[in-house]
Design a protein around this ligand. Structure first.
Ligand code: ADP
Ligand code: MG
Length: 460
């Protein structure tokens, strides 16, 4: 195992499974390998195929929600009374609709995440954790992990198993979607702008997509909200310019946490949303990815209203839903709050936040819910049934960490890409997968949050 781990780390570095360090997040002088598992993890074939098969349905659903002003308004009405971040996003959404959209081409890049829920009888079921409609990451780095795991299996004498690892390149699929949107925007000299963070540890993941675009002779620039505030402007027909360059596509890899936005950040976001540029995602699509929307989708009849005439798609989508519960004021919310306080291990309490580390579990869930159960604040959360996957043993390889075996669970993400021009869907695809694995001692958290690591599915 020790030998294999040494081979694995060097292979990861060679393959470009990289991250900048916490100490030097703005420089590539010193980099680390991104954390990953020594071994691929088993994923049941039927669930893997099910996740792929439902992705186009989810693309259609997200796109339908983003165009349904009334649904977003009704669904988020209680949330925006108490959650300032969602309220501010919603205000921009309303404002751009009132002005009239200048944008005519729409690009969605999402990632639907699942765990494999293990029933008492030992059967497993695919259950969606959430769908990320903004800044869904690791499509680049994960396209390189299969090669690393293939090598590790060979080192361990598992040549046959090594040949069974599937090829996977989400960054290419993402880039193809961006390229299509750029083409439909219709200005040869316009650029694609990656809207990036102040702290750029995960730059290599983004570079994978950027380089695919350069390979297609599409120019890419990287800018922060601050740069947009200082240098961005719209012309008379609301074309977006930054530093004198016209922007065809804005690809957000930032903008999903409140801390991003100071007053200038909000002004920059509004400018971008008002523009003709293709935003990935536009603000309505970002709102479609909120936890509150996810919870409302699980109500009987909601999917049917959003996807009329698509009963098969509705059934495929619904089959992946775990139990989700509204904590809105009223009898329904009172009842489920009391149930969760009595039996917190059954649930996860989720605020309207993204990026990992925000959810509440167990005793902490009970305490928080006890405190807010009679206040309007509780409506900023939703409750969800806790998914309980079967753990497996693996080694989580992290720079500067000892090599030790951990009990682990995995989360499978499927990337979806779609492009719509006016009312016509031009592209609707699944673009690859991401498997992330974490030790069971951590209830929450993704790779960027330092909890989960990159993995490769070994489909069984
Ligand atoms: P975020 O937007 O912060 O990524 P998620 O809903 O994806 O929020 O939750 C973060 C993490 O918490 C997930 O990656 C998963 O490990 C864990 N988690 C979330 N929901 C559940 C659930 N219903 N059951 C078990 N674990 C969950
Ligand atoms: Mg998540």
């Amino acid at each position: 195992v020790r030998d294999a781990a040494a081979v694995a780390v060097d292979a990861a570095l060679l393959a470009g499974v990289l991250m900048r360090t916490g100490e030097q997040p703005l420089s590539s002088d010193v980099v680390n390998y991104a954390p990953f598992t020594l071994l691929p993890s088993a994923v049941p074939a039927a669930l893997f195929e099910q996740a792929y098969a439902v992705q186009q349905d989810f693309n259609l659903l997200v796109d339908a929600i983003s165009q349904n002003k009334e649904f977003l308004e009704q669904t988020l009405a209680s949330t925006i009374k108490v959650d300032d971040f969602t309220a501010r996003l919603f205000r921009i959404h309303k404002q751009v609709l009132e002005e009239g959209l200048a944008q005519t081409v729409f690009l969605g890049i999402n990632r639907s995440d699942y765990m494999f829920d293990c029933g008492l009888d030992g059967t497993t079921a695919l259950k969606q954790i959430e769908i990320n409609t903004i800044a869904a990451s690791f499509g680049g780095l994960t396209s390189r992990t299969a090669d690393v795991h293939r090598l590790v299996l060979k080192v361990l004498g598992k040549t046959k198993e090594a040949s069974q690892l599937l090829p996977n390149n989400p960054s290419k699929g993402l880039a193809l979607g961006i390229a299509k949107a750029w083409e439909l925007y219709g200005s040869q000299s316009a650029v694609v702008m990656f809207l990036v963070e102040e702290i750029q540890r995960n730059i290599f993941d983004q570079r994978c997509v950027e380089n695919e675009l350069w390979n297609r002779n599409i120019r890419v620039i990287r800018r922060r909200f601050r740069d947009v505030f200082e240098k961005g402007s719209l012309d008379g027909s609301r074309r977006l310019y930054i530093d004198g360059q016209e922007v065809a596509v804005v690809y957000y890899r930032e903008g999903y946490v409140p801390q991003t936005y100071d007053q200038q950040g909000w002004e920059a976001r509004l400018l971008l949303e008002r523009s003709r540029a293709v935003k990935c995602p536009d603000i309505a699509t970002q709102l479609a990815g909120t936890k509150k929307v996810q919870q409302e989708l699980s109500r009987p009849g909601t999917l049917e209203k959003l996807l009329p005439g698509c009963p098969e798609a509705v059934a495929r989508i619904r089959a992946t839903f775990a139990g989700l519960y509204s904590l809105d004021e009223g009898e329904e919310g009172d009842k489920i709050a009391a149930t969760a306080i009595a039996d917190p291990e059954r649930f996860v309490l989720k605020p309207q936040r993204e990026g990992g580390g925000n959810n509440l579990y167990g005793e902490e869930l009970r305490q928080v819910l006890e405190k807010i159960k009679d206040s309007p604040e509780r409506t900023s959360y939703i409750l969800m049934d806790k998914i309980k996957p079967q753990p497996a043993l693996n080694y989580l390889l992290r720079a500067h960490s000892p090599l030790e075996v951990s009990e682990c669970i995995s989360e499978l993400g499927i990337f979806g890409v779609y492009v719509r021009q006016g009312q016509k869907m031009v592209v609707n695809k699944a673009a690859g997968h991401l498997l992330r694995t974490k030790a069971t001692q951590h209830a929450d958290g993704g790779v960027a949050a330092g909890v989960a690591v990159l993995d490769t599915p070994y489909v069984v």
